[in-house]
Design a protein around this ligand. Structure first.
Ligand code: SAH
Ligand code: SF4
Length: 313
């Protein structure tokens, strides 16, 4: 605002916060198709946000998806997840969620691309920070702000059943992604402690009700872990649990994390798992791993930063 006198500019800068997130680190991979940001918050805590560009295909238009965080850390503590292993710090405010979108949009600037989709697949469990997440989705959607349709927003959850039900009742046509990762409760509880409270049948029931109500297909996320959840029998069981109606399964070969011996299966084993689901009539994809070289899996860039900041060398 160079038309204002310097004293007025100074007073404005003191009185108002322009953005609640400040870019601290930016790294690109996949020939610029994946960009990962580490944002610093007012209390010096850090979160991750990732922007992914997808070119047009004969069946779909070009997309630019932003993966936003909902919490600093995560209280759920899943065994295969870098964020879960780094513990929980605090919820993000609605402004901090909204501003991840705005800061990334601003940075896209001259590239002729704009954000077309939002996924809550960064750090944190969005339904554990319900009011701020729904508030942000509503704010992006307002005609006097971005007019960004909730139909382009996907909330990914580990399966907090009461909040899935509450979300369904909001009348917001958001997409739901359920992080399932195991076809039976014994295995799922060993990976995801909260499964003891909300077991698979309850989660799938709530997801089906949401799909019926909104007419929008539920996607089930399934991180493939070698020797743990990737057998043909488990694929068969998964097909039975999920069913083909209004569902899609995203298979995600695990992105290895520091301090864990868990690993992704071979490509052929992942494909064998997929073909069992397909034979059962279930729509399924194997997700292409993005930005491995920039620690693109949930929480990994931040985990490394924290490690670097606290290690003596
Ligand atoms: N808490 C929410 C959203 C954030 S996690 C949830 O769990 O759904 C987003 C996705 O990243 C989830 O499907 C999660 O299982 C996956 N993820 C976590 N750690 C991963 C890893 N090491 N490799 C691949 N995917 C991972
Ligand atoms: Fe939290 Fe999701 Fe990571 Fe589990 S996978 S610890 S719920 S961020």
């Amino acid at each position: 605002m160079r038309t204002l006198p310097p004293s007025a500019r100074r007073r404005l800068a003191e009185a108002f916060v322009f953005s609640s997130v400040a870019p601290q680190l930016k790294r690109a991979a996949d020939r610029g198709q994946t960009v990962k940001y580490l944002f610093k918050l007012a209390d010096a805590k850090t979160i991750e946000t990732v922007v992914m560009h997808y070119e047009a295909t004969p069946r779909s238009r070009a997309r630019t998806t932003i993966c936003v965080s909902s919490q600093v850390g995560c209280p759920i503590g899943c065994s295969f997840c870098a964020t879960g292993q780094s513990g929980f710090d605090r919820n993000l405010s609605e402004a901090e969620i909204v501003d991840q979108f705005l800061a990334a949009s601003r940075d896209l600037g001259e590239t002729q691309r704009s954000l077309t989709n939002v996924v809550f697949m960064g750090m944190g469990e969005p339904l554990n920070n319900y009011a701020a997440v729904v508030g942000a989705i509503r704010r992006w959607a307002r005609p006097d702000t971005l007019n960004f349709s909730p139909r382009r927003v996907t909330v990914s959850t580990i399966g907090l059943v009461p909040f899935i039900e509450r979300l369904s009742a909001e009348g917001l046509p958001v997409n739901l992604a359920i992080s399932l990762h195991a076809p039976d409760d014994a295995l799922r509880s060993s990976m995801i402690p909260v499964n003891r409270k909300y077991p698979i049948a309850a989660i799938v029931g709530a997801a089906r009700a949401h799909a019926e109500r909104t007419g929008r297909r539920t996607s089930y996320e399934y991180v493939l872990l070698q020797g743990i959840n990737d057998s043909p029998e488990q694929a068969q069981r998964l097909a039975t649990v999920v069913g083909r109606h209004l569902s899609h399964i995203n298979l995600i070969p695990m992105n290895p994390i520091d301090g864990s011996s868990m690993a992704p299966p071979s490509k052929s084993r992942a494909q064998a798992f997929q073909s069992i689901l397909q034979t059962a009539g279930i729509s399924t994809t194997i997700r292409a791993t993005r930005g491995l070289d920039i620690d693109a899996a949930c929480g990994q860039l931040r985990a490394r930063q924290l490690q670097a900041a606290t290690s003596p060398t």
